[in-house]
Design a protein around this ligand. Structure first.
Ligand SMILES: [Fe+2]
Ligand SMILES: [Fe+2]
Length: 484
């Protein structure tokens, strides 16, 4: 197919697969081709370590039609077809919110909002390569080829998300867009001098339980941010984010089912050994599975780090971006109000006189809080499914999300040390209880001891159950990664 159109056909002939007519856009095509070698260098330096030559059974987007957009095949990751794919343009689309609500969407950057828009894209773009960097060593300890392949699928798609933002920067922001595109390849997750922009993306992802928690909790922040940007009045950003969301769904699937399978295996092993008490940690660990209290601690850690990504509860930046029509609310189109929010309020959980309580605040300044509330609701759904598994084994244990004030570094609650129920603790109480709430050195050492690679097709490490279904309907012993 050599014809690129805006309705979903992808031009696969050039270096950069795309459905944005790159062949006719010489300036942007050249800019991206110039950026490409630096990207490949970054991927080889910072992408999955030790597996650049492996043949991985990956899906590649061949269309943006939600019904049939992917094709599966073996590919070496550095040869993956990272492309630029936008969801179809919606005829007659109007700006859905803010001061310009009801006006036709922008196809070019509105001059007055240029700096704000660029910043939104750079922040989003920066998270994409960051997570690849955070996950780069995990291939070496994969619990199965199935899981290894899923890790690499997530990684190449995060790489594609970087391309998505870089395309917008190169196409719409000229010289400064080009500089930002370069800088996105220069920052490094966890580097003390040139860190990634957001805290959670500078943390380590040291083991596979962390990976599953990260894809469950942190990729879900990605989903919320993309949903909010998919509402944007700047139409190319909206279309870009709409297609990214189809990929993001898979990342959260990997996280949710990953944790489910860990829980499943733990419960099975406990049942086989006749252990009914989930807090009989030493005996459970001797079975080579991860005890439920440690899984809870990992959830506490990743949930609290992810909440920080929503920023301050009260934020002028969020208000400005909404007012300008650049970043909306989660599923803005389903909300029944004036979509301008100039005179409405929203209850914000705050620390007032040392107590955690709701305070009605101007809705425009409370948009981060609102998105975080929507996030917590969304994150709770999968937790319910994890608990169903535990319940089906009759084990008296329930995974719970900690209070939003727990272990925070940004916003209202960064000033206090709260326990998982939101009760404020003194510094010494916190230090004494910290290892009840968060993984400690011994927990980390135990999990690390389990991280032994299992590279035989169809086999799984002791601590994780096999998935219910294979990828692309493949049988259980399919060789998802051919390691060379
Ligand atoms: Fe992403
Ligand atoms: Fe993701």
């Amino acid at each position: 197919m050599n014809v690129a159109t805006s309705i979903g056909k992808v031009d696969y002939d050039g270096l950069i697969p795309n459905n944005v007519g790159l062949g006719q856009d010489v300036r942007v095509k050249r800019a991206l081709e110039k950026w490409h070698p630096g990207y490949i260098n970054w991927w080889k330096d910072m992408g999955p370590e030790g597996f650049q030559e492996a043949l991985v059974y990956l899906r590649t987007a061949v269309s943006v039609d939600p019904k049939g957009w992917a094709k599966f095949d073996y590919v070496r990751m550095p040869e993956y077809k990272w492309g630029i794919l936008l969801a179809p343009q919606a005829e007659g689309r109007k700006i859905p919110f803010g001061a310009h609500a009801g006006e036709p969407v922008w196809q070019e950057v509105p001059g007055e909002y240029r700096a704000m828009l660029r910043r939104l894209m750079v922040i989003q773009g920066d998270t994409e390569p960051a997570s690849v960097e955070q996950q780069r060593y995990l291939g070496k300890t994969a619990p199965s080829l199935y899981d290894m392949r899923n890790l690499f699928q997530v990684n190449v798609e995060e790489g594609r998300h970087l391309w998505a933002m870089v395309y917008l920067l190169q196409k719409y922001f000229g010289t400064d867009g080009r500089e930002e595109a370069e800088a996105l390849l220069e920052r490094r997750s966890g580097d003390p001098d040139t860190p990634r922009m957001l805290g959670a993306f500078n943390e380590k992802t040291p083991d596979w339980l962390s990976f599953f928690m990260f894809t469950y909790f942190t990729d879900r922040d990605g989903k919320m941010q993309l949903e909010a940007l998919a509402q944007s009045g700047f139409d190319p950003l909206s279309r870009t984010c709409r297609f990214m969301l189809t990929e993001e769904a898979h990342h959260m699937f990997v996280g949710e089912t990953g944790v489910t399978r860990v829980i499943q295996r733990t419960c099975e092993a406990m049942k086989e050994a006749g252990i009914g008490d989930p807090f009989d940690i030493e005996r459970v660990r001797k079975l080579g599975v991860i005890d439920l209290p440690t899984i809870q601690k990992k959830a506490n850690l990743h949930f609290s780090l992810t909440l920080d990504l929503f920023g301050n509860e009260i934020s002028t930046n969020a208000a400005n971006a909404f007012h300008a029509g650049l970043k909306g609310r989660y599923r803005e189109h389903r909300l029944d109000d004036d979509h301008r929010l100039e005179s409405s309020t929203y209850p914000v959980l705050r620390l007032l006189d040392g107590k955690i309580q709701n305070e009605d605040s101007p809705a425009l300044s409370a948009l981060n809080m609102r998105l975080r509330d929507d996030y917590v609701t969304d994150a709770n759904v999968g937790i319910g499914r994890w608990n169903k598994v535990i319940e089906s084994f009759g084990i008296p244990f329930e995974i719970k999300l900690p209070h939003v004030a727990f272990h925070r570094h940004i916003g209202e609650f960064s000033k206090i040390k709260a326990d998982v129920d939101g009760k404020a603790l003194s510094d010494s109480e916190w230090e004494a209880k910290r290892s009840d709430f968060l993984p400690g050195d011994d927990d980390r050492a135990f999990i690390e001891s389990l991280m032994q690679p299992q590279n035989e097709p169809g086999k799984f490490a002791s601590w994780i159950a096999p998935p219910k279904l294979g990828i692309d309907n493949k049988p259980g012993d399919y060789e998802y990664v051919k390691i060379v």
